[in-house]
Write a protein that binds this ligand. Structure first.
Ligand code: ATP
Ligand code: MG
Length: 255
């Protein structure tokens, strides 16, 4: 893993083609977004439903190609990588927690968490891996559920398994100095106590291990843990604020 995890999105646009010949059904989801996230920053992306948050996150993580614009992670222009190179690059450098958790129904919680590592060619069951597994399961309050299948888990538990899967590579490499984690509504299905567990964990990963975090949320209470908050509106950045500016604006709204 590299020492630096830095993200640069330049002039990103995304048009979803609607299939009509005259283009009338096309959706312009992003309309020129430029965003730089420095190493070690915890960024929250807010905005109304449909404003383009998930689209931006997927493009920044290399899961979706932009219609125009470029994405650079560290020194790599990911928008110019081929599919295979991109998959390998993501596996090494990027963790993603999806809005829909994408757990494999025929694998237990533990097997789901191990999947990216095994897909990367490492073998399971080593002492180091078991220790990291116990550590992450404990941290996310899942130890008793490790052998359950997704359909036997609550929505919140499934969400925590998806978070554990995205973070596992990292728990395995104690010496990893940097990685980039993207999460789409990671606390969307959690009660406030579990939501706080997740936010605290993300904050600690930023502070202790200098991770770079990009977290989509609609909850101000989650954004308060971030260093910086951007707000999207209709495919553009409306506000780009420090956490303090965001908190001040938010408490003025509530007052
Ligand atoms: N695959 C797709 N095909 C066509 N339109 C899409 C597709 N995915 C998203 N869109 C549209 O693009 C716009 C932005 O969607 P996006 O999922 O990025 O919003 P969001 O801010 O994440 O919303 P939410 O808070 O509801 O998750 C929306 O108008 C949506 O309907
Ligand atoms: Mg979304």
């Amino acid at each position: 893993m590299t020492e630096i995890s830095h993200l640069l999105c330049e002039n990103i646009t995304k048009i979803y083609r609607g299939g009509s010949l005259d283009g009338s059904a096309d959706v312009s989801a992003l309309k020129g977004v430029t965003l730089e996230v420095p190493h070690g920053q915890f960024l929250a992306i807010m905005g109304a439903s449909g404003s383009g948050k998930s689209t931006l996150l997927h493009i920044a993580a290399g899961l979706t190609k932009p219609t125009s614009g470029t994405v650079r992670i560290n020194e790599t222009q990911i928008s110019s990588l081929g599919d295979r190179a991109l998959t390998l690059f993501r596996r090494e450098n990027v963790g993603v927690v999806f809005q829909a958790f994408n757990l494999i129904p025929t694998l237990t919680a533990e097997e789901n968490i191990l999947l990216p590592i095994l897909a990367g060619g490492k073998s399971g069951g080593t002492e180091k891996m078991n220790a990291a597994m116990t550590q992450i399961l404990t941290r996310l309050n899942l130890l008793e559920r490790r052998r359950h299948y997704p359909d036997a888990l609550s929505g919140g538990e499934q969400q925590r398994v998806a978070i554990a899967r995205a973070l596992f590579t990292d728990f395995l490499n104690e010496d990893s100095k940097a990685s980039l984690l993207f999460a789409d509504e990671p606390t969307g299905n959690l009660d406030s106590a579990n939501s706080e567990v997740i936010c605290r964990l993300l904050r600690e990963l930023c502070d202790e291990r200098k991770h770079t975090m990009v977290v989509v949320t609609h909850e101000p209470s989650v954004a308060h843990w971030a260093d910086r908050v951007i707000t999207l509106q209709d495919g553009k950045i409306l506000h780009d604020q420090t956490a303090a500016e965001f908190a001040a604006q938010n408490s003025a709204k509530e007052a």
